[in-house]
Design a protein around this ligand. Structure first.
Ligand code: HEC
Ligand SMILES: [Cu+2]
Length: 283
């Protein structure tokens, strides 16, 4: 970027000086012949601008490509995948996978890499950065940083089906220390003791779609549940993460988000209570 700026200054300066010199010479010499006039018109008016603009354009394209793709040294890489209708969030360098909530250290340069597993979505946290499309066949990138600690609400800004309006996300911008602590904790596998709820989870259909790291559950069609209890909301901002709402969701997700790819659990009240206790132990 800096190189580009210096290049533009140097070229602009050289052209300016050249014309200043020619202007002074022309003033000193008076009217010139027609043929040389045409040469100056073609040379100064067409050829030179074309050369200068082409060179600058070339350098600009290279700088833009670098800016978009290459992570700089202290940049934090965050990958977000759009699903109908939730967000998978990964920090590839930290071994963290979560959903619908994104944690960012304040003032740290962020490199966001986004794509979609199905239709086009659009990641938009208005107070933090511009919109960026999540496409099925191409990874898009965006660099930004958050200047103020706080909690920021985001949405999917591209109509993506029935539950598009219930595809929200929250960004938590914290101090570097708080972020490191969060990431360290999220990178751990689940610390779960053998329990009836855990067995129910594994014997029901849940592991087909959900991962709980540290257990045999390794599905990938739904949010990673390894640290479910550390999140504040369920189903992309649809419900608060409370005991009642969690049981109501597992009992029948379609009551809250019609059309989601998760079937209602067919469990007795006692089994459901055990399953929910297990989910709530996933800190
Ligand atoms: C066929 C795949 C599938 C199965 C099987 C499935 N789920 Fe889900 N689950 C999903 C999807 C997809 C979502 C995200 C829905 C959304 O937010 O739009 C989800 C969301 C959730 C959430 C909310 C997570 C969050 O962070 O928002 C919980 C909790 C959950 N499922 C628990 C379970 C349990 C417990 C079972 C087994 C009884 C189960 N699921 C079975 C696909 C599945
Ligand atoms: Cu969407």
């Amino acid at each position: 970027m800096e190189t580009l700026w210096w290049l533009m200054l140097a070229l602009g300066g050289a052209v300016f000086l050249l014309f200043l010199g020619l202007l002074l010479r022309g003033l000193a010499r008076g009217p010139a012949g027609r043929a040389s006039e045409r040469n100056w018109l073609v040379g100064g008016g067409l050829v030179m601008p074309l050369v200068v603009i082409t060179v600058v354009l070339g350098f600009t394209l290279v700088a833009m490509a670098r800016l978009a793709n290459a992570p700089t040294e202290d940049q934090l890489i965050v990958e977000v995948d759009g699903h109908q209708w939730w967000w998978e969030v990964r920090y590839p360098d930290l071994g963290v996978v979560t959903a619908n909530e994104i944690h960012l250290p304040v003032e740290r340069p962020i490199l966001l890499r986004v794509r979609s597993v199905d239709v086009i979505h659009s990641f938009w946290i208005p107070s933090l950065a511009g919109k960026i499309d999540l496409l099925p066949d191409k990874t898009n990138t965006m660099s930004f940083s958050a200047s103020e600690p706080g909690t920021y609400r985001g949405v999917c800004a591209e109509f993506c089906g029935l539950q598009h309006a219930k595809m929200r996300l929250t960004a938590f911008v914290t101090s570097e220390e708080e972020f490191d602590e969060w990431a360290r904790q999220q990178a751990q596998p689940a610390t779960v003791e053998a329990s009836r709820g855990g067995e129910l989870f594994l014997s029901a259909a849940c592991p087909d779609c959900h991962t709980v790291r540290g257990t045999p559950a390794d599905g990938s069609n739904g949010p990673d549940l390894t640290h479910l209890a550390s999140r504040t909301t369920l189903a992309a901002g649809t419900l608060p993460n409370s005991t009642e709402d969690l049981s109501a969701w597992v009992r029948n997700p379609h009551e809250f988000k019609e059309g989601v790819e998760m079937e209602a659990a067919e469990l007795s009240e006692a089994d459901l209570a055990d399953l929910i206790a297990y989910l709530e132990s996933l800190q």
